[in-house]
Design a protein around this ligand. Structure first.
Ligand SMILES: [Zn+2]
Length: 359
């Protein structure tokens, strides 16, 4: 029934890896994942769909901290192989940009360097095994910014990484802290994407107790909101106007209540520390990028209204099952035209990550 799954936005098909339409008899062997690959077409033209928010862990790196990868959330998150490809094929994700959530910021310098080395080298190998399906974000030892600068350059120039995945802060230090300037300068020079993925807000753990998994439900979007607010209000984006930042979960809570940031220092001018911003806070929000993991048509419409539809890219959280179908969320959303859908589904991410729309 999925072979000709029509929507008002465009038609969907399954194809094999050469782009040929599949029949029921040959589909099983057609893909490395063992399934059928959904083809996403908007207004008669195929889109190479790109997911900027996909996780993995590297078992060997976790072992250095005495951790077991099978305990990590997300089925088979420790593997980049057939199951992942099959699930991408089913949903219609052509390329995943894979990140490893930073689990090493609390470690000492030497151990953190070793963990990042294993993470980066292994992720680069996994991506190289399917270069048309996976690209990687580098792991950085941000608690040692001088090392992080070298890691970033090495990861991009030697390992083929397309960006770096960072948390929401580094053991209490905000990204707006000048100690990180050298890292952001390097990221700007290299023209790569920084993917911000929150790590909850551990300072509030006591208040997150109880039902609802609040440390994640609200702790994660709050972490992103705090990280981006400091980047905006401390003038980090004035210092590094070419810096490309993409935040998970639609930028957390920040875009949903954006205008408050434009009014706070008007209400309380005595709270102005003297940072001279070149623009209004909400204008900086429109200089950054955000994934589409906001669940509903209305949330996506509002996010696009606040930050600009050209700033949105698909984010699935795969293999953690937050959203069942990120492609259809965009494809079936009534608030966007075909050109805007194409941008969100893959064109914008392709430009950010250096992935051609050609197959
Ligand atoms: Zn995630």
């Amino acid at each position: 029934m999925h072979d000709h799954n029509h929507t008002h936005a465009g038609e969907l098909q399954f194809v094999d890896c050469q782009g040929h339409a599949l029949t029921a008899t040959n589909e099983a062997a057609a893909q490395p994942g063992g399934g059928r690959r959904r083809q996403v077409i908007v207004a008669g033209k195929r889109v190479k769909t790109i997911d900027v928010h996909a996780h993995c862990v590297i078992p060997k790196a976790l072992e250095l901290q005495g951790k077991d990868h099978t305990k990590e959330r997300g089925p088979d998150i420790g593997y980049v192989g057939a199951r992942r490809l099959r699930e991408m094929d089913e949903q219609g994700i052509d390329v995943e940009a894979i990140s490893i959530n930073p689990h090493w910021y609390m470690e000492g310098r030497d151990k953190a360097v070793e963990i990042c080395k294993i993470n980066n080298e292994t992720l680069a190998e996994l991506c190289a095994a399917h270069p048309d399906r996976f690209v990687g974000f580098a792991a950085l030892t941000l608690q040692a910014p001088d090392v992080a600068v070298q890691q970033l350059e090495h990861a991009v120039k030697k390992l083929g990484m397309r960006g770096a995945a960072i948390g929401g802060s580094v053991v209490g230090d905000e990204f707006a802290n000048p100690k990180f300037d050298a890292v952001w300068r390097k990221a700007e020079d290299l023209g790569i994407l920084l993917f911000i993925h929150p790590q909850s807000t551990p300072e509030l753990n006591n208040r997150f107790k109880g039902n609802g998994w609040l440390a994640n439900t609200i702790g994660n979007p709050l972490d992103t909101t705090i990280a981006l607010s400091h980047i905006i209000f401390e003038g980090t984006l004035d210092k590094f106007p070419g810096l490309k930042i993409c935040s998970a979960h639609g930028g957390g809570f920040l875009p949903s209540y954006a205008p408050r940031s434009d009014n706070s220092l008007r209400v309380a001018p005595e709270m102005d520390t003297g940072v001279k911003l070149k623009k209004k806070p909400t204008e900086y929000m429109r200089d950054m990028y955000y994934d589409t993991l906001v669940f509903t048509d209305e949330a996506l419409r509002h996010l696009a209204h606040e930050v600009g539809v050209e700033r949105l890219v698909i984010g699935t959280d795969h293999p953690i099952p937050w959203q069942a179908d990120s492609i259809n969320h965009v494809l079936n959303c009534p608030h966007f035209n075909d050109a805007q859908k194409r941008m969100m589904l893959g064109e914008t991410a392709g430009k950010l990550l250096g992935i051609s729309q050609e197959f």
